[in-house]
Design a protein around this ligand. Structure first.
Ligand code: AMP
Ligand code: ZN
Length: 473
């Protein structure tokens, strides 16, 4: 079965054909570590991890590379604004590198809590300065770079395809639409490859370079590290949709200018998580982190479940009501798994069940192979859980399978050891009456029977699949 992915480059859902049939190469723009990743950022990483897992389900090995932006990202996506790392260092009275390491650690603590695999290679910008210098030198030798007021710029007029990903025409880009304009640029879309002079002279992290002491522009790190670790052609490049018009256009321009050929085959972009009041962004402040969700009484897996309920190419709106629903659903699923684990202990699948399981696994895979259709995959999961005709062992094995891709920690759920309760004819009769009352939506009667059962020392819990669990009180 083939995998299909929506490719921003072709604006089409394309069949995925890797360059090497055994190993897929995938580059994801990583976090800017001047603050905590907010839950919007984490939604993007949840889907990138899911994409890697889906490709593994399809039989590929995945080499997943992620950068850590620990230098050079300014407050705007262009080259204007303040140095985010420096602002954070001043705010928290730490060194720039202390800030970077602290937020990098927090980032991986959060991704681990969400059950995301650590990428195969995690590379920090500050540890790849020489690769960036070599990249810029190659661009200079090929005539794509110019120096103006001490900074090295990429000349987008020399790259005719500039704007191909977002469909913008280079000439339509206006100087300083939102931010102050940089008068050193020849063209509005040009961008800095290396700074030796910027408006904040006391930038803390600086390195020697052929153009003078300074530091790299933001975009160059991804091109330099992606080509270093993944070679001259990459299968998949991911990021949030905000990266399409500037950062990814610039990555394409630099990389293809240097390499002389197409660089990435599939561009996969994740839509945004918004607040009810609009976009969630680090620079705007007031954003939610995973820790703040935990303080509100949610677990990381509740947030992951919430994310999976919407497709990665739809905007998700965060609300506590939606989180409560996700929490409830996740807890029910985990509870169902714990019951299956206990009930299916020492059991084996029958031959027919083996076949059913295989068909269910394939159906689940097919939803993910079709551009990561997680809402459909979740509804399949619930249809299996609610099916009274299916055995506990079949359901348990199916949930093990879905967890390979979704990693909702279902494999870690402890089996629920149920105490045996002797069902007397009296209890059986009461349960029968209660079931009839519930079917007739006679809640008063149902509550009355619950009280009678309680008086006999028996609690009743209703499970998602209309089954009940009896508890000794
Ligand atoms: P940053 O650390 O700001 O560079 O962002 C890390 C990743 O999160 C990038 O892929 C961004 O495109 C993505 N991103 C930023 N804001 C959001 C948001 N509100 N929802 C989803 N993804 C986002
Ligand atoms: Zn990038």
């Amino acid at each position: 079965m083939s995998v299909f992915l929506y490719n921003t480059k072709t604006r089409h859902k394309d069949e995925f054909k890797p360059l090497d049939t055994k190993q897929v190469t995938m580059y994801c723009c990583g976090p800017t570590v001047y603050n905590y990743a907010h839950i919007g950022n984490l939604r993007t990483y949840i889907y990138e991890d899911l994409l890697a897992n889906t490709l593994r389900l399809a039989g590929y090995k995945v080499k997943h590379v992620m950068n850590i932006t620990d230098v050079g990202h300014l407050t705007s996506d262009g080259d204007e604004g303040e140095d985010k790392m420096k602002i954070a260092a001043e705010r928290e009275q730490k060194s720039v590198l202390e800030i970077a390491r602290m937020y990098e650690d927090a980032f991986f603590r959060h991704t681990q809590a969400l059950g995301l695999k650590r990428p195969t290679i995690v590379c920090r910008a500050t540890e790849h300065i020489q690769d960036m210098i070599d990249f810029i030198k190659a661009l200079e030798e090929k005539g794509f770079a110019y120096i103006s007021n001490g900074n090295v710029y990429f000349d987008t007029a020399k790259f005719p395809h500039y704007g191909c990903l977002s469909g913008q025409k280079r000439e339509d880009l206006k100087h300083g639409a939102r931010t102050e304009q940089d008068l050193n640029k020849k063209n509005a879309s040009d961008f800095v490859l290396w700074f030796t002079s910027s408006k904040f002279e006391n930038q803390i992290l600086q390195w020697e370079s052929p153009w003078g002491r300074g530091y790299p522009g933001w975009h160059i790190e991804c091109s330099a590290m992606a080509t270093k670790y993944l070679g001259e052609c990459i299968d998949i490049h991911c990021g949030g949709i905000d990266h399409i018009p500037v950062h990814h256009e610039n990555e394409i321009a630099q990389s293809e200018a240097r390499l002389g050929h197409e660089w990435v085959n599939y561009w996969v972009h994740m839509e945004f998580l918004n607040n009810k009041s609009g976009k969630m962004s680090k620079s705007k402040g007031g954003f939610l982190t995973l820790d703040s969700l935990v303080e509100k009484g949610y677990q990381p897996m509740h947030y992951k479940y919430f994310c999976l309920t919407s497709h990665y190419r739809s905007t998700a709106i965060f609300s506590e009501e939606a989180m409560d629903a996700a929490k409830n659903a996740y807890e029910n699923l985990a509870e169902a798994m714990s019951i299956y684990k206990a009930a299916a202990k020492n059991q084996n699948l029958t031959e027919t069940e083996e076949k059913t399981l295989q068909a269910l696994n394939e159906e689940f895979n097919n939803y993910l192979f079709d551009d990561l259709k997680t809402p459909m995959a979740l509804s399949l999961i619930w249809s299996v859980v609610k099916d009274n005709q299916k055995s506990a062992i079949l359901k348990r094995e199916f949930l093990y399978h879905i967890d390979k891709a979704l990693n909702l920690s279902l494999k870690d759920v402890a089996p629920k050891e149920v105490e045996r309760i002797a069902i007397t004819p009296q209890i059986e009769a009461l349960l029968q009456v209660r079931a009839e009352a519930r079917a007739a939506k006679d809640w008063a009667k149902s509550d009355e029977i619950r009280d009678q059962l309680a008086a006999l020392g028996i609690g009743v819990k209703d499970l998602p699949n209309k089954e009940i669990e009896l508890i000794k009180l």
